[in-house]
Ligand binder design. Structure first.
Ligand code: LRH
Ligand code: MN
Length: 430
């Protein structure tokens, strides 16, 4: 039987922190109360907030230069599920994981589904992969996949996406995320309009295989691995494609997939208005698609994104049903610690956005009282909502301090014994 962190250890650690936490929570409750905010309402919403963990994120990530695997790495999807379950056990914020195929391919998906259920985790959107060639694959994706110039390659990519839907149905997933690397490195290498035609032709076949209660998430990305043009490069192209495909197609926003200084919260606002916001791949970045930990570089930007989400939910925006996922690469930290902190940082941005006085903000905006409007919004961001996040975890039988419990559990040390290292890729994101 593989090691799981004993619930008793969580209880012991919480007992150590409980009275200080109770004091902080009560003090915050009084302070928010003076501002007319009921802390219990916020805590309940935060406790219901869920963000999915990427199965590819629990292993050490890398870059094109190198990958430095850590000890006790998961060697396959069953061990990845264990680590996803540990993140949820301590944070109570990640009840589902998002698998990637063929990286998580197995022979028996019933066994995988049953193991996940036994570990207390479910499956969010499944991710297809036509950005790498698999051993024995008849046709290469070197020059593209769903938008490739040759029909045979497009058909191969369509078949893979349809297979991902079939796997997802076995796992209880309700969405397929499609990110393609298709693009070009030289002007003239591809016809910029024909490649979108090819993409839409291919995606129409994939779309036709979606069950009534399924959605397809189109993920745009400005560049990389293509460095001159990318077929689905921005939210505008993604929205055009979603509207061309049909009501089950939505646009997924990966925070790292935009040019520097782009106003991502405004893109979110536009996609909400179009009723086509699929949801997010949360991460952070300073330069490109750095896939750094959520909230680690620019937590104010994350807050501004959640401000749009809370605003949309407050006005009951039509078709507003975003899926939240993390998509990060952990090159220098323990992936479990990074994913726990990242899930909590998403919760933090959500809680901060929830305490913004929206009525006063709308009044100041109507009066063009710029300073007061900015101040009202910023007041949410500067509030330390940590006691609310800890209380939500505590009420979910999670840990007041997940990192402290994780380290006290020696989980990584034990897994290092349970999981003798296997030869793995010396570079690349996984
Ligand atoms: C592309 C991306 C996509 C995943 C991959 C692992 O950059 O964000 O969402 O398939 O990372
Ligand atoms: Mn992504």
């Amino acid at each position: 039987m593989s090691y799981r962190i004993p619930e008793a250890l969580i209880g012991e650690e919480n007992a150590r922190l409980d009275s200080a936490h109770a004091e902080d929570y009560a003090a915050l409750g009084r302070r928010l109360g003076r501002a007319g905010v009921d802390i219990e309402t916020i805590t309940a919403k935060v406790a219901a907030f869920a963000v999915a963990v990427p199965t590819w994120g629990v292993g050490t990530g890398g870059t094109r230069f190198a990958r430095f695997p850590g000890p006790g790495e998961p060697r396959g999807v069953f061990e990845k599920l264990e680590d996803c379950a540990t993140i949820h056990q301590l944070t109570r914020a990640t009840p589902a994981c998002s698998p990637h195929f063929p990286w998580d391919k197995v022979d028996d998906y019933r066994e995988l589904s049953e193991r996940a259920a036994a570990l207390g985790v479910g499956f969010d959107a499944v991710n297809s992969n036509t950005f790498q060639d698999q051993p024995g694959q008849p046709l290469s994706y070197k020059f593209g996949s769903l938008a490739h110039s040759q029909k045979a390659v497009r058909d191969q990519a369509v078949a893979h996406n349809v297979e991902c839907i079939e796997i997802g149905e076995k796992l209880g997933s309700k969405a397929l995320t499609v990110w393609i690397a298709d693009g070009s490195n030289f002007p003239g290498q591809s016809n910029l309009s024909r490649v979108l035609d090819f993409y839409l032709e291919s995606m129409t076949e994939v779309y036709a295989c979606l069950a009534d209660d399924w959605r397809v998430f189109l993920e745009h990305k400005l560049y990389e691995p293509a460095f001159y043009s990318t077929v689905i490069s921005d939210w505008g192209t993604s929205l055009m494609a979603a509207q061309a495909l049909g009501p089950k197609a939505h646009c997924l926003v990966d925070l790292g997939h935009h040019a520097a200084n782009v106003n991502i919260e405004q893109i979110v606002s536009r996609l909400i208005r179009a009723g086509r916001l699929a949801g997010f791949h949360f991460n952070d970045s300073k330069y490109g698609d750095d896939d750094l930990d959520t909230g680690s570089i620019d937590p104010f930007r994350l807050f501004l994104v959640f401000n749009e989400l809370v605003d949309a939910s407050a006005r009951d925006a039509p078709g507003f049903n975003p899926a939240y996922m993390l998509d990060q690469s952990h090159n220098v930290t323990d992936p479990i610690e990074s994913l726990m902190v990242s899930a909590m940082e998403a919760q933090r941005a959500y809680a901060q956005a929830l305490i913004v006085d929206r009525e006063a903000l709308a009044a100041a905006q109507a009066d063009n009282d710029v300073m007061i409007a900015h101040h009202i919004l910023k007041a949410g961001f500067v509030a330390d909502v940590s006691p609310i996040l800890a209380e939500a975890r505590l009420r979910g039988a999670g840990a007041i301090d997940p990192i402290a419990v994780y380290r006290a559990s020696n989980y990584r040390k034990v897994k290092t014994k349970e999981r003798p290292a296997v030869a793995s890729s010396s570079s690349g994101i996984v």
